[in-house]
Design a protein around this ligand. Sequence first.
Ligand code: COA
Length: 282
Amino acid sequence: MHASSALFAGHITTILTFEKNIFMYSSLIVQTEDHICTITINRPDKLNALNKTVIEELGAAIDDVNKNPEIRSAIITGSGPKAFVAGADISEFTSLSANGGKGLAQKGQDLVFSKIEQSTKPIIAAVNGFALGGGCELAMSCHFRVASDNAKFGQPEVNLGLIPGYGGTQRLVQLIGKGRAMELLMTGNMIDASTALQYGLVNHVISQEELLNKTKAILAIINSKAPLAVAACIKAANAVFDETKNGLALEIELFGKLFDTSDAKEGTAAFLEKRKANFTGK
Ligand code: COA
């Protein structure tokens, strides 16, 4: 057993133990197997609510996903049978004023939510129960979502006199369209997994027992592709929602650049030689 500290954005988080590719943070379990890093938010007694510690540790874990060459993709999930994440930790709201609320949202978006969305390694949400408020926002910041059949989604912030602060008003509209998003935002109603599937909020619904296996199987397919091409897919698709970027121009640029990679040469040669490509990420 070891203890070490990771420095990020001016904060120190402590990795409590590290054994056999499992890092135990105080509120996360992070395990890497077959190049897939599974980040489990581990506060089941509070339905994995996102407090300051969880946000800071998630920020550190996502930085590691992007820096660690052993990791090709990641899963974010919640601990226990009941919740993915039941929202931001409401107990931390009581002392907040306007500036404090703004700071909380800004810090969360910078440290975690925008970083997940912009990660050039795929990060998928395996939603194993309630995904409410910040939990729904966390799932939506991932590149796509797989849900268990007991999952429930919602943005209930209006019940608290608030709105989402971790990107929910933007990403919900992007994912399910303005009318459905407006209804969920303004009513605070929850939807079940089959409605989320019908809305396009999740890609697959599966039993809770099979949730992680299904998500890992999808990532195994993605991990077998050329990593630079996968990264370019993420960058180009994200540009649709970035007003500072011309998505078609970016696609042309990325498409061109990939021709200079070894993997594009290998991929095209393998097709013509009727063999499996051996990608190296270069
Ligand atoms: N923040 C802080 N604590 C939370 C939480 C949150 N977002 N969501 C749940 N918890 C805590 C509860 O306070 C409770 O703690 P306690 O046992 O110390 O009292 C524990 O998690 C279990 O939750 P509980 O409400 O007893 O479970 P339930 O099955 O009756 O209800 C929910 C489940 C998800 C419907 C309910 O917990 C809920 O509405 N949570 C808040 C959802 C929300 O508004 N999220 C957006 C926040 S911005």
